[in-house]
Design a protein around this ligand. Structure first.
Ligand SMILES: *[C@@H]1O[C@H](CO)[C@@H](O)[C@H](O)[C@H]1NC(C)=O
Ligand SMILES: *[C@@H]1O[C@H](CO)[C@@H](O)[C@H](O)[C@H]1NC(C)=O
Ligand SMILES: *[C@@H]1O[C@H](CO)[C@@H](O)[C@H](O)[C@H]1NC(C)=O
Ligand SMILES: *[C@@H]1O[C@H](CO)[C@@H](O)[C@H](O)[C@H]1NC(C)=O
Length: 280
């Protein structure tokens, strides 16, 4: 699959940081992408580097209370109206409050955590300020193994487990060209996809297994080096050298035979003369 360069760049950026910002109808939106069961940091900051220790900030998702902080009280100490699905799974960064940082961490993300979050400063100096953060859970992460190898080929396996949405999985060579592979084996449990893709390679190279989930702007690579004892240049040079030596020897023998025959024939044509001379 070929990606337009720009799209590809943004994929690369995503792979590096897991976080990107995009302007959507004038509202800055941060996008965070994580594997299921990984922790997710949802970023939010007033950007003024003023302390927010005595302020209020509120995280919501679809109207549900994700996390509230109010002048030192919050959902992990005295506040009580936190939505059950987030209980004990969300924390803020106490040390970061003095830098105006209201980011939160959700531990052990589940597929159900995906969606749109809002970070709200309801009583800031400039009034109600909101930030939109989109969380995608289920990022594909390929793992690769060399199943079997001979001098001439290697059988590589790529496995992507529990990805959501369904990833496209491909094998690429070191030039980022898709190489032929077997039919992918795909299974599905609930919303999670499990993909296995094997390829039989016959060249020494660095191969990548690439999993792409366009819907969540995610692409991840895992690479594997394969070294095969192909008919290498050393062997080719040796064989060629031997062939040249053989050719020289054969030609030498032929030339020697030719001249020897010629001499013999000369002797044969000369000897009758000599015989007649002798007869005189
Ligand atoms: C924050 O709480 C402290 C007491 O812990 C109180 O003195 C202060 O007035 C409160 N600040 C705001 C803005 O509510
Ligand atoms: C806010 O704190 C989090 C957690 O330490 C960190 O990852 C993030 O970069 C901080 N954001 C800013 C704008 O400093
Ligand atoms: C292949 O893609 C990666 C990014 O995924 C890039 O760093 C690398 O330079 C590319 N290689 C070639 C040969 O285009
Ligand atoms: C890989 O390909 C080679 C030749 O293309 C073939 O001889 C070999 O049996 C294949 N290996 C597997 C495991 O399919």
């Amino acid at each position: 699959m070929e990606l337009p360069p720009l799209l590809f760049l943004s994929f690369c950026f995503l792979t590096l940081s897991g976080l990107t910002f995009a302007a959507e109808s004038g509202t800055p939106v941060a996008r965070v992408t994580v594997k299921e069961d990984a922790d997710a940091i949802l970023p939010c900051s007033l950007g003024t580097s003023e302390t927010i220790e005595s302020m209020v900030f509120d995280w919501k998702k679809d109207g549900k209370q994700v996390f509230t902080y109010n002048n030192g009280t919050h959902h992990n100490n005295d506040l009580e109206d936190q939505s059950a699905e987030f209980k004990g799974r969300v924390s803020h960064f106490t040390e970061e409050l003095k830098n105006g940082n209201a980011s939160i961490k959700i531990t052990d993300t589940r597929l159900e955590d995906k969606g749109n979050y809002i970070c709200i400063f309801p009583k800031s100096q400039s009034g109600d300020i909101r930030f939109h953060i989109e969380l995608a859970v289920g990022a594909a992460e390929p793992s690769v193994t060399n199943l079997d190898q001979t001098n001439d080929w290697a059988l590589l396996k790529c496995v992507v487990k529990g990805a959501s949405p369904k990833p496209t999985v491909e094998w690429w060579d070191s030039n980022n060209q898709t190489i032929p592979s077997e039919e992918p084996q795909v299974s599905k449990k609930g919303e999670r996809f499990y993909v296995t893709l094997k390829t039989n390679v016959t060249k020494t190279d660095r191969y990548h297994c690439v999993a792409t989930q366009k819907e969540i702007w995610h692409q991840a690579h895992t690479e594997i080096n394969v070294r095969l004892n192909e008919p290498n240049t050393g062997l080719i040079v040796a064989v060629a050298g031997l062939a040249v030596v053989l050719a020289v020897v054969v030609v030498g023998i032929l030339v020697w035979c030719y001249f020897k025959n010629k001499k013999k024939r000369q002797e044969e044509t000369e000897s009758p003369l000599r015989e007649t001379e002798n007869q005189h």
